[in-house]
Design a protein around this ligand. Structure first.
Ligand code: F6R
Length: 363
């Protein structure tokens, strides 16, 4: 039931504060992530992990890319991420001590399931499924599983499933990190506990984002930029926009601009930049000035730390300050809303975009 909401997608976007609370419920205790929530023998498995291989499709893959940044930074072990349709068909090499993680909302995605089955022929430490559907094929065929507890997701474009995956991936990062000397677990847990409240604050930007969406209705293309952990957030924002508004959107790590895509920038190419305060902010700001110097219009999501010259070529949405590590979770939300409102203005079928199915159980 959509309740007061016009579409399931909007309802699911708005459920995210509660979903984040649900994900954390029973998984943390006194500033500590509980390991047994991954499975009764999870601790013994995690003790052996020296590297991580993540496999997933679409939005779930984008969550996996965020996790790679987290795991390599906070745990300090190698983390590889690959789309399942590639992984399953190529000869892969398993490093000793690698934990294999599948990420999936449905747990029935054919390519992800086949990748898991292929990987079982190799010497992985264990197979962990991070999934939103208990009893799904992926969960049944994995040694360890943790549910994302997002509740049923009806809109074809994934929203709350994505944020719930990110929260679980952060829990995973913390349980691995404690084996490699990660300090301040209680601080990270406290930051996770702040997320639901921050998400509520970000949702109050709704009408500003709705207004921003008007600029996209007559556009055929859009560029999304981010750096570091925010790069996969930009990729996910672009995916949302193309799926439901049918606008061709592409994401680039902002540092790649001058290696090609800058040639595309003109007044018909809106550039969405996602710029929370982090060590890359200054570099990103320089990238954004390059865009403006070429006549591109900028749509910027940033916090109070961003320093950009005001102008007619800039639309700015200011988010609350958020802990740097958690920024990918928070900054995904305004991009979901942007895609949603562009699609509504264009009059597309938001919950059932053309040519797409909710669960891709065929190859
Ligand atoms: C995009 C979207 C898809 C799915 C992908 C994987 O909004 O929903 O890209 O993320 O088909 O699906 P799951 O997560 O069910 O394996």
């Amino acid at each position: 039931d959509k309740g007061e909401y016009r579409h399931y997608m909007l309802k699911e976007i708005y459920e995210q504060p509660q979903v984040i609370r649900n994900v954390l419920e029973g998984r943390i205790h006194h500033g500590h992530v509980l390991e047994q929530v991954f499975g009764s023998d999870a601790s013994a498995v995690f003790d052996q992990v020296k590297a991580v291989q993540i496999v997933a499709c679409g939005t779930s893959y984008n969550a996996g890319v965020v996790a790679r940044y987290w795991i390599e930074k906070l745990v300090g072990i190698p983390c590889m991420v690959e789309v399942a349709s590639e992984f399953r068909y190529r000869k892969t090499v398993c490093m000793p001590g690698t934990l294999f993680i599948t990420l999936s909302q449905s747990g029935e995605t054919a390519d992800t399931l086949s990748a898991l089955r292929e990987a079982k022929e190799q010497d992985y430490v264990a197979f962990l499924s991070i999934c939103n559907v208990a009893g799904s094929s992926l969960v049944r065929e994995s040694d360890l599983a943790i549910m994302t507890n997002a509740g049923p997701e009806i809109g074809v474009a994934s929203t709350k499933a994505f944020t719930s995956q990110l929260v679980v991936l952060m829990l995973t990062t913390l349980v691995l990190g404690r084996r490699y000397g990660l300090e301040g677990e209680a601080d990270f847990v406290a930051q996770l506990e702040q997320l639901a409240g921050l998400t509520e604050q970000v949702l109050t930007l709704d009408s500003q984002i709705q207004k921003m969406a008007e600029h996209f209705v007559d556009k055929h293309h859009a560029l999304f930029l981010g750096r570091g952990t925010i790069y996969p957030v930009a990729v996910e924002g672009a995916l949302k926009l193309k799926e439901i508004s049918y606008i061709h959107a592409e994401a680039y790590p902002a540092g790649e601009l001058k290696h090609g895509p800058l040639a595309l920038v003109d007044e018909d190419m809106p550039v969405v930049a996602v710029a929370p305060n982090n060590s890359l902010l200054e570099k990103l700001q320089a990238n954004l000035e390059e865009v403006r110097a070429r006549g591109g219009k900028l749509f910027l999501f940033a916090d109070s730390k961003a320093q950009v010259k005001p102008g007619d070529d800039l639309e700015l949405i200011t988010l609350p300050d958020v802990p740097t590590v958690m920024a990918p979770i928070i900054y995904s939300i305004p991009l979901q809303l942007l895609a949603y409102y562009v699609a509504v203005l264009k009059g597309t079928d938001v919950d059932q975009p053309r040519n797409l199915a909710k669960s891709v159980t065929v190859e």
